[in-house]
Design a protein around this ligand. Sequence first.
Ligand SMILES: CC(C)(COP(=O)(O)OP(=O)(O)OC[C@H]1O[C@@H](n2cnc3c(N)ncnc32)[C@H](O)[C@@H]1OP(=O)(O)O)[C@@H](O)C(=O)NCCC(=O)NCCS
Length: 171
Amino acid sequence: MPDNVWLLPLKNLDDDARAIKLGEIAVLAVTAEQRMFVGDPLRMMLVGLEEESRHPFVIDSNGVAVGVLTLQTGAATAAGWADDDSAWLLRGFLIDRLRQGQGLGALAAGAAVRAAAKLTAALGGGQSGIVLSVNELNAAGQAAYRKAGFADHGQYVGGDSGPQRTMYRGF
Ligand SMILES: CC(C)(COP(=O)(O)OP(=O)(O)OC[C@H]1O[C@@H](n2cnc3c(N)ncnc32)[C@H](O)[C@@H]1OP(=O)(O)O)[C@@H](O)C(=O)NCCC(=O)NCCS
């Protein structure tokens, strides 16, 4: 049975808590082979804090950061979705290499769906689910999303790192 995970919205933390979490995020890393699938965690969080459309989250387990993910509004076509606004874009999702394979990724992807539904209820954006694109070579990513209830919506070739699968889960 894996540990539970909590998604902490970085934008909502006070300055001290945010600084502590950014320090923990700075030491997260994926394996060398996985670097083609995702960006640098600290950089992605700092970009997310600056952009209004992005909601950067720390994935916490037992009070310590084990990963990050970002939900973004108005950007779903970047994952091959037909329009920008009917779904949240899930991007920049990773679990630290030392904590992978323990079920945390699937739990965090499921938690992201619940967080996105809450954001839609609070902000009134009208989204009805989450969409993402995952590289066809990324077996772990596809497995984690499938386990969290995401369904394959076909191939997407618009990215710059090879063919992707578009995956979607409604609220
Ligand atoms: C994708 C990622 C977040 C998954 O996190 P995780 O905590 O390792 O995932 P889980 O432990 O929840 O595993 C989920 C499923 O993937 C499977 N899996 C894990 N590693 C795998 C691998 N290398 N190959 C195939 N399947 C794998 C697991 O077996 C599990 O399925 P199961 O329970 O049916 O056996 C993590 O591998 C990661 O950070 N990768 C690098 C960044 C990345 O690719 N992000 C996604 C970009 S779209």
